[in-house]
Design a protein around this ligand. Structure first.
Ligand SMILES: [Zn+2]
Length: 118
């Protein structure tokens, strides 16, 4: 359910972009989200496929998902690290804060623009 509302928000955003660009169709969409976002890639794809059926703008559009690996930042030394051996900073042994790899981000949208001389 979470994914469906995210996909809806993403499509609304892209619709606005498409109007601005005077685009007729969306060719491809690149989004990224991180391990901490809680977004399921499969559910996200599924929601997009379901939603785009009712939207001519998105007909045939391809969705590319980039997963951003989770990392932590140490509040003491500022070091950022992959939490491979637990969430503690490898230098200070204090618990780090999740950094990056968070919310959904639209990285790139490729549009098919309106032809000018048809
Ligand atoms: Zn540290």
């Amino acid at each position: 359910m979470h994914e469906a509302s995210l996909v809806l928000a993403m499509c609304e955003e892209i619709k606005r972009l498409a109007q601005k660009e005077r685009a007729r169709k969306v060719i491809s969409i690149v989004v990224s989200f991180g391990e901490f976002s809680g977004i399921e890639e499969e559910a996200f794809r599924f929601a997009f496929e379901a939603l785009k059926k009712g939207l001519p703008l998105f007909e045939g559009a391809r969705l590319f998902i980039e997963k951003v690996p989770a990392h932590f930042r140490c509040p003491w030394c500022g070091r950022s690290y992959r939490p491979l051996e637990g969430p503690n900073c490898p230098s200070c042994q204090v618990p780090g804060l999740p950094a990056g790899g968070g919310e959904l981000e639209i990285k790139k949208v490729e549009f098919l623009l309106e032809e000018e001389n048809v």
